[in-house]
Design a protein around this ligand. Sequence first.
Ligand code: G4P
Ligand code: NA
Ligand code: NA
Length: 191
Amino acid sequence: MKLLKDRILNDGKSLAGGILKVDNFINHQMDPVLMKSIAVEFVRRFADLPINKIITIEASGIAPAIMLGYLLELPVVFVKKAKPKTMGDMYVSEVHSFTKNRTYDICVSKEFLSADDKVLFIDDFLANGNAAFGMLDLIQQSGAALLGMGFIIEKSFQEGGKRLRELSDIRIESLARIKSLEVDKVSFEED
Ligand code: G4P
Ligand code: NA
Ligand code: NA
């Protein structure tokens, strides 16, 4: 997606350790006009799938997910990163983030994810993919069908994309695929 790649080149910052800082338009300050264009592109790429619900993980997945849910007029569920005391029956999975070097539980109420659902998972980044694998686990526990996974940015030099694509034939779409990140230099895959 050219608009997104250009924005990454203009406003993203490549940090040491293979981290791309995009807190000027995605992770802290957000650009709703860009986010709408991102959602339109997800609609285009997933339009043929019989999705009934969008699912994401708090916090940074919520913005693209709700834009997409708005366009498709579908409910959006965000998985939580801490077990709320007030939540009744829920599915829980453990995620270890290499990027942030911490382990946390993700959870979703059984009320909002069930075997009747055909879901599309949306998130901001695909890195090593542990968050996505935790999500797969929750979806499997619920019996819902996962029809697709959409990421704004995939760092294809990390293993997440490869691991997910090997695991299943679920459709995975990343709007900007980053081949390499050197300090002050971002290179994209050819697609
Ligand atoms: P991991 O297995 O390598 O930890 O990667 P995963 O894909 O699970 O991502 C872990 C967290 O790190 C996610 O955010 C993800 O968005 C973020 N992340 C990974 N690589 C980058 C990067 O290069 N730049 C930025 N800005 N974020 C990156 P999270 O912990 O879920 O936080 P939130 O922002 O969604 O609240
Ligand atoms: Na995220
Ligand atoms: Na993030």
